[in-house]
Write a protein that binds this ligand. Structure first.
Ligand code: 13P
Length: 254
């Protein structure tokens, strides 16, 4: 049985003052439940202040990226040690925007997952096909390659706290979410693949999230899908009431 996990990915939005206003709004509107984990992922520069602001709220902190080394001459990078230091418990890895704009590839995703686990950070590993890949009938091939190379070299014990987010690239920020059938089909495919690579209990323990144009008005049917354990929300997580409404509709454990 896993908790429902709902993550707000703020992307490159909100300087410190706006970040603090948003978490104040979330604290006011979100009702905590023991079976639902609520996580926010602000920009690197807001992590420290947001971490302090949410310390007693039950809301948890995620970073949007991590570098695979711990320290040294890597200008502009942030390590797991530093993320832990400011209170992060989760880290988003391999988001399609990082793959598209910043040269993230499956091999670097794998190295970043190692770095997250080494620092006891829970990875939220993003996978998903582009529109051309879907239309070319390549969705499952893409997901298989992304997931297999992401988890290469890991043992079942590494998946005790682990999330995979299925985010079809064509559904991100477009207002066009995937249908419930498309979501469940892809989640089931990922779950079965992980069960084959490891074993069923390991696969069932991994939280499979859906992301892509999720909002309060469409989340209910997505939650209902048997292999959906939570959501990765972009745009709709920037509005406290809207995000709280998504959290309020979450089922307990699955
Ligand atoms: P939107 O919810 O804005 O489509 O973004 C999804 C996403 O990329 C979350 O990581």
């Amino acid at each position: 049985m896993t908790n429902t996990l709902i993550v707000g990915n703020w992307k490159m939005n909100n300087a410190v003052p706006e970040s603090l206003m948003l978490v104040a709004g979330l604290e006011a509107h979100i009702k905590q439940s023991p079976n639902v984990d609520v996580v926010v992922a602000p920009t690197f520069t807001s992590l420290y202040s947001v971490g302090i602001a949410i310390a007693d709220s039950g809301i948890k902190l995620a970073a949007q990226d991590i570098f695979w080394e711990e320290k040294g001459a890597y200008t502009g990078e942030i390590s797991g040690t530093f993320l832990k230091d400011v209170g992060c418990e989760y880290v988003i890895i391999g988001h399609s925007e990082r793959r598209k704009y910043f040269g993230e590839i499956n091999e670097t995703v794998n190295k970043k997952i190692y770095a997250a686990l080494r620092n006891a950070l829970i990875p939220i590993v993003c996978v998903g096909e582009t529109l051309a890949e879907r239309e070319g009938g390549k969705t499952f091939d893409v997901l298989e390659k992304q997931v297999k190379s992401a988890v290469a070299g890991f043992q079942p014990k590494d998946f005790e706290h682990f999330a995979v987010a299925y985010e079809p690239v064509w559904a991100i920020g477009t207002g066009k979410n995937a249908t419930e059938e498309q979501i469940e089909e892809s989640h089931k495919f990922i779950r079965n693949m992980l069960a084959k690579l490891y074993d069923a209990p390991t696969a069932n323990n991994i939280q499979l999230l859906y992301g892509g144009s999720v909002k309060a008005s469409n989340c209910k049917d997505i939650y209902k899908q048997p292999n959906v354990n939570g959501l990765l929300v972009g745009g709709a997580s920037l509005d406290a009431k809207g995000f709280a409404d998504i959290v309020a509709q979450a089922p307990g454990q699955k």
